[in-house]
Structure formats: structure tokens, C-alpha cells
Design a protein around this ligand. Structure first.
Ligand code: ADP
Ligand code: MG
Length: 450
């Protein structure tokens, strides 16, 4: 799944959570119809929703207004729904659309244009990374190659990476630019071996002028992936084609990365992004507020309150702002200015002190759900769809490992399941971990997020 997909899933999940909590649709309708829809893209006017069949289409259409309302709460702007049916699209595809080339399943040239340098707020915590990224964007292949941006999750690495891509697209429209995430690279190698298309996969990188690779840490521990990556990397850099990478730590700190790759990464420039300090948090909030089309009026002490309590990363800051606006619009609409008492009420369920430290089953579910673009409801549900079941197993395993919670309690909290189901899930995860370094990495990543 690409970062854009994660973003769209996250937006859609929050929207559906809102629709669900509004109680305007029955639980069974919600579970049976709305949960099987997806947000596939956004533009200035429309949000494109994909649903499986005509029946889903009619039901979603019926709830169009409430969905649009909650989508607006999440995005901060009003978009109309364009609902598409998978069954119709499939039929059209068979007749007109050519099948995309093998590698295009993994490499994206149509990455989002909403991340730019203009909407990236610069402060002490990210200034080095921003300056280096801009330098690369206006001199691709000529200054720092590769550019390696590292830092914890939610601090703006993907934003900068795509800002580089978008700037290059603007300044050098003829250059071919592509984006791929670490997990997609691993998948690409895996499938190209399986389908005997490894040369085709490698060749598709050779045509590029700029390659953006997000979360490269995911290739760690994969021998065949290393080999392919090393060859792709050398071909591009030796031909003065630009490579930019992100990771959650420095090259040398990525366990299971081959030395020859670490040394290639160190040949370019490594820059760090740190957690935003107070002033940067305030600046980011002010920018997001002034760009918000609802044009909210928020008092200074509220901004300071959010910057002090939700400053772990930028994603958390954004989430807090969304929650505040959602609360203010729905529950304090008479107020012309959002004051501290509104903010305190908006966040009263989030136990601020504990929320940054205490790990709970709910917290684990939310983190795993966010990671896979699923709702907590989906994790609790009886759905056995492969990806939902896998995420559910992982969440159960983490509850056991991180909380040492009794199997019985875990089962109850996941939709009243039997303790033996939880034991099976934990066994399955342990077995998968033994067989796959990527899987281990995913679990480590999740634990650090929780
Ligand atoms: P990462 O890739 O490091 O996990 P992202 O790039 O996905 O983080 O950033 C998380 C969210 O925070 C995105 O919505 C991004 O636009 C926003 N963001 C991060 N840093 C900044 C910044 N300096 N200015 C404005 N928005 C930012
Ligand atoms: Mg990212």
C-alpha cells in the first residue's frame, strides 16, 4: 500500500467513524454497506468513492449528505461524492483500458500534488531537511545524491519527499519522476520473481530521472530485494539521476541492511527531521488554521494548549485540530471564537497525561487500524477478509505481548471471541515472524508507534 493509499484510507476511516457516531444509519446498514466502500482519490471538486455493486451504490447514495458532511469535517473543505461501482469499472476495463505494465502496480508516477514546499512549515526541527530537499528539487542529480531524510513517524518525511517530486515536476516538466514505498519495492521484487519479470521490473526504473523511495527501512533483511535495489540504485546514481529516500532512522541504524547499501546511502547527504519544538507547532497550527476553508477563529491560548499537549509529531497536531474543529462546529456552533473551555471540552475524553504514555487494548487497536487503513470496528468485526484478519491477528498478538493481557480478555474485547481464537492468532503471528524479516519489521514499527 502506498502512502497516498494510507492517507486516503485514513481520511475515509475518520469520515466513516463520524457517520457511524452520528447514528443516522443503522449499525447493520453501516457494517454491510458503508464499510465495504473505499475512497480512491480526491480532487478540487470531488471525492471518488468506490463501492462493490449497484446495491452498495444506492445505499451510499442515500446517505450522500451525511457522508459529505463528515468528509468535510476531516478534510476541512466541502467535496461532492462521486460514487463509482467496481462491477461497472471492471466491465469497462475489459473492453477499453489497457492493462497497466507489470511494474506500474508498484511504481507511482501519479503521486499526490497536495504536498509542496509552500505548505511545509519550516522551523528548527526540520530546517536542514527542508533546505536540502529544496536544493535537490531545483538541481536534481547534481547536488546531494542520494538525499536521505530520516526521522520518526509523522514528522513530515513523506511530505518533503513528495514536495521534491512536485517541485521538480513544476521546474522540469520533461523529467520522469516516480515514487515507490519500501514495502511496495519488496512486493515488487517478490512478484517479479514469481512472475519471472525481474528484468522488466528493473528496466522500468532505468527510464526515470528521479526516484523517490519512502520508508526504505522495509527492505532490511531481504537478500534478493537488496540485490535488485543495489542494481537499480547504482544504475540511476551512476547516470546522475536523482534518488531521494526516507527512513525512520539513519542508514547505519537500520538493522539487516547490507553494508554496501549503507555505504552508498552515506555517500550522499543524510538529514534529520526532529519532533517540532513549541514555536514550530504554533506556526504549523496557524498555517493549517489559515488554510482551512471554514476560516475558524481560534484564540491564542487554544493554539498554545494544542501545541503543548499534542506535540509528539505533526500528525498528532493535525488530528487535534481536526477534532477541535469538529467539536466546535457540532457542539459549540454559537461561539464566534473557539476559546479554551471549548478546547477542554473537545478533548475531555482524551486523558492528556495518560494518552501519551499508557498503552491500552484500544490504543493498540487504533494504532494497528491506522497502520492498515482499517477502522476499529473492522478489527472487532467477524469479517474474515484476508487483510482484516491479518491486522486483527497482529493487534491481538500485540495486546498479549505489550500488555500481557489474558487471552480471555483480549478475546472479549475483540468482538467477544473465544480465548482459543486469540491463542491461534498469536501462534500465527509468531510463525509469520520467524519466516519474514519484513513482517518482523512491521511489528517493530507498530510497537514503536504504540
Ligand atoms: P512521515 O512521512 O514522517 O511519517 P508525513 O509526511 O506523512 O510524515 O506527515 C504527517 C502529516 O503532517 C502530513 O499531513 C503532513 O502534511 C503534515 N506535516 C508534517 N510536517 C509538516 C510541516 N512542517 N508543515 C506542514 N505540514 C506538515
Ligand atoms: Mg511517511
Amino acid at each position: 500500500m502506498t502512502t497516498l493509499d494510507f492517507y486516503l484510507n485514513d481520511v475515509w476511516k475518520k469520515t466513516l467513524d463520524g457517520v457511524y457516531s452520528s447514528r443516522q444509519i443503522s449499525e447493520s446498514m453501516f457494517n454491510d454497506y458503508l464499510l465495504s466502500t473505499r475512497l480512491t482519490s480526491l480532487d478540487d471538486e470531488y471525492a471518488y468513492i468506490l463501492c462493490p455493486t449497484y446495491i452498495h451504490f444506492t445505499i451510499v447514495d442515500q446517505y450522500r449528505e451525511v457522508v459529505e458532511f463528515y468528509l468535510e469535517q476531516v478534510l476541512g473543505k466541502h467535496l461532492l461524492l462521486k460514487i463509482q461501482q467496481q462491477s461497472l469499472l471492471d466491465a469497462q476495463k475489459e473492453t477499453v483500458t489497457p492493462v497497466p505494465s507489470f511494474a506500474n502496480r508498484f511504481i507511482r508516477t501519479d503521486f499526490s500534488d497536495q504536498y509542496s514546499f509552500t505548505n511545509f512549515v519550516v522551523g528548527r526541527s526540520n530546517a536542514q531537511a527542508q533546505v536540502a530537499s529544496l536544493a535537490v528539487a531545483v538541481n536534481p542529480g547534481l547536488v546531494y545524491n542520494p538525499l536521505f531524510i530520516y526521522g520518526n513517524s509523522g514528522l513530515g518525511k513523506t511530505h518533503l519527499l513528495l514536495a521534491i517530486g512536485n517541485k521538480i515536476r513544476e521546474v522540469f516538466p520533461a523529467k520522469k519522476i516516480a515514487y515507490i514505498s519500501g514495502p511496495d519495492f519488496v512486493e515488487g521484487v517478490y512478484h517479479s520473481i514469481k512472475e519471472k519479470k525481474i528484468e522488466e521490473f528493473k528496466l522500468s526504473f532505468q527510464e526515470l530521472d528521479v526516484l523517490l523511495i519512502d520508508d526504505i527501512q522495509f527492505i532490511a533483511g531481504k537478500e534478493k530485494t537488496h540485490e535488485v535495489f543495489f542494481s537499480v540504485f547504482n544504475d540511476l546514481v551512476n547516470n546522475r539521476k536523482q534518488i531521494c529516500l526516507t527512513a525512520d532512522r539513519t542508514p547505519s541504524q537500520i538493522k539487516g541492511l547490507e553494508d554496501r547499501i549503507i555505504s552508498r546511502f552515506n555517500q550522499g547527504l543524510n538529514v534529520n527531521i526532529e519532533a517540532p519544538e513549541y514555536e514550530t507547532c504554533v506556526k504549523i497550527l496557524e498555517t493549517k488554521i489559515s488554510n482551512n476553508i471554514q476560516n475558524p477563529n481560534i484564540s491564542e491560548d487554544v493554539i498554545s494548549y494544542i501545541a503543548t499537549n499534542f506535540n509528539k509529531d505533526v500528525r498528532q497536531l493535525e488530528g487535534a485540530l481536526t477534532r477541535l474543529l469538529f467539536y466546535a462546529i457540532n457542539f459549540a456552533p454559537e461561539k464566534e471564537i473557539i476559546t479554551l473551555d471549548v478546547a477542554v471540552a473537545a478533548f475531555q475524553d482524551t486523558n492528556l497525561k495518560d494518552s501519551s504514555k499508557e498503552i491500552t487494548i484500544e490504543r493498540i487497536k487504533r494504532a494497528v487500524g491506522d497502520y492498515y487503513g482499517l477502522t476499529v470496528n473492522q478489527l472487532n468485526s467477524k469479517t474474515r477478509t484476508k487483510n482484516i484478519a491479518m491486522a486483527r491477528h497482529i493487534a491481538m498478538y500485540l495486546c498479549r505481548k505489550m500488555l500481557d493481557a489474558p487471552y480471555k480478555d483480549i478475546g472479549v474485547s475483540f468482538g467477544n471471541r473465544d480465548h482459543s481464537t486469540v491463542i491461534n492468532a498469536c501462534d500465527k503471528v509468531e510463525k509469520n515472524m520467524k519466516g519474514s524479516a519484513v513482517y518482523q519489521q512491521v511489528l517493530r514499527d507498530l510497537e514503536s508507534r504504540i
